[in-house]
Design a protein around this ligand. Structure first.
Ligand code: IPD
Ligand code: CA
Ligand code: CA
Length: 260
């Protein structure tokens, strides 16, 4: 198990870098765009990156379970599940807005234990294995020590559709009033990585999917941060809510989220 984790970790890093290189190569010329809905898009690069990642996993770990956003994963009864977002921040990517990433998580018996997020624009690789700390380009990272929400920078994002959008508008407004400032960068994976390395103090979102969060969850926990649902209760990778923070402002964020 330890050996498998170690090999899976190295493979996740290699595949995330390969996908990131493909993304940079086509940036500004992304090819055909398909519409999942009027606003939810997918590019040829999303699919190409997913093929490279899923193909790479099949080669080394043919029996592992794979859940990938664009649907090319394969289900198996393995205890290991790879959870992949080949391009997190596709709208940014399609517009040439340089804030997107590759997110690869591995769960063991349902619990995320490996996280790799690669931001090709800044050549930043965030990674963690459960129990071994989190790193950014091989240097240890920690969440911030800020304990005052009013002095905190927090971030969120919005789903493409659904009731969560209106609800999150209210949360967003409440955080604009109670935090130092609020950002909506457009890649949940990088938002989570930024909580882990201390560039932001907290993050919340409604209706994210497992592939947006699996890697980031491991990296934040290993960087000393806290992840829960909006009420401060146990986080569910397949649930509707994520609240991530440095731990110190967590209760204050729960309080703001109750107010909407
Ligand atoms: C999206 C991004 C965005 C978040 C959306 C996600 P995608 O992922 O993470 O920041 O607000 O909810 O769907 O579609 O670019 O992979
Ligand atoms: Ca995503
Ligand atoms: Ca995606």
């Amino acid at each position: 198990m330890k050996d498998t984790l170690h090999h899976a970790f190295n493979l996740a890093i290699a595949l995330a870098r390969r996908a990131g290189t493909i993304q940079l190569k086509h940036l500004g010329n992304v090819g055909r765009i398909d519409y999942k809905s009027e606003v939810d898009i997918v590019t040829e690069v999303d699919r190409e990156c997913e093929d490279v990642i899923v193909g790479g996993i099949h080669k080394k770990f043919p029996d592992h379970d794979i859940l990938a956003e664009e649907g090319s994963g394969t289900r198996s009864r393995s205890s290991f599940q790879w959870v992949i977002d080949p391009v997190d921040g596709t709208v940014n990517y399609a517009h040439g807005f340089p804030f997107f990433a590759v997110s690869i998580g591995v769960a063991y018996e349902g619990k995320p234990v490996i996280g790799v997020i690669y931001d090709p624009n800044r050549d930043e690789l965030f990674s963690a294995i459960e129990g071994q700390g989190a790193t950014l380009n091989a240097k240890k990272i920690r969440v911030t020590t800020e304990g005052v929400l009013r002095k905190s920078l927090v971030a969120s994002g919005f789903a493409y559709q659904g009731e969560g959008i209106e609800q999150n508008m209210k949360h967003f407004r409440n955080f604009v009033r109670s935090a130092r400032a609020v950002r909506r960068p457009g890649s949940a994976a990088i938002d989570l990585a930024y909580v882990a390395c201390g560039r932001i103090d907290g993050f919340w979102e409604i209706d994210l999917k497992a592939w947006d969060m699996a890697a980031g969850v491991v990296i934040i926990r290993e960087a000393g941060g806290q992840i829960t649902n909006f009420a401060g209760g146990p986080f569910d990778l397949y649930g509707k809510e994520i609240l991530a923070s440095n731990g110190k402002i967590h209760q204050d964020m729960v309080h703001v989220l109750k107010g909407a």
